[in-house]
Design a protein around this ligand. Structure first.
Ligand code: ZN
Length: 160
């Protein structure tokens, strides 16, 4: 069975940046499962997996435009300290989730001044070329319910 839309695909993967550092990897005994064709993976990786089969291995280098986008300086904002929860010491490198029109966005604190905090709303991997080693562990048909929801249902897991 080949990877195509409405298939549930299980992959073992290692993700490295251009310096060769491992940024992320799937746990050894627990491949990542996703429903193909619903934007559950970054576009460049879905494209590279299309048409592949169980046990196929791919090495693919994905430019930022097909991964988490290019960095946009307009996503860097200064926020008054009063908008943050009181009693929490804000430090550079801390990350916050915020509900925006585009969904949940992650902000990273880049600097803290007297009354102002600078936050960067770019995805932490924006601007990065992502280098994936992937092995396909399994390809199966999705259930009707999975297709309706647009995501995979793992046995024994609560889902929305
Ligand atoms: Zn669901």
């Amino acid at each position: 069975m080949q990877v195509s839309n409405n298939k549930v695909v299980s992959i073992h993967y290692t993700l490295k940046n251009n310096e060769g550092a491992v940024i992320d990897e799937s746990p050894k005994e627990q491949p990542l499962q996703y429903l193909h064709g619903y934007g559950n993976l970054i576009p460049g990786l879905e494209k590279a997996l299309m048409g592949k089969s169980k046990e196929d291995k791919i090495d693919v280098s994905i430019p930022p435009e097909e991964a988490y986008g290019i960095r946009d300086d307009n996503n860097i904002q200064k926020v008054p300290k009063s908008q943050f929860e009181q009693g929490v010491e804000i430090k550079p490198g801390m990350q916050f989730q915020s509900q925006t029109e585009a969904g949940v966005q992650i902000f990273t604190v880049t600097s803290v001044e007297d009354d102002q905090i600078t936050v960067d709303g770019n995805h932490p991997l924006a601007g990065e070329t992502l280098n994936f080693n992937v092995e396909i562990a399994e390809v199966r048909e999705a259930t009707d319910e999975e297709i309706k929801h647009g995501h995979v249902h793992l046995p024994g897991h609560e889902h929305h």
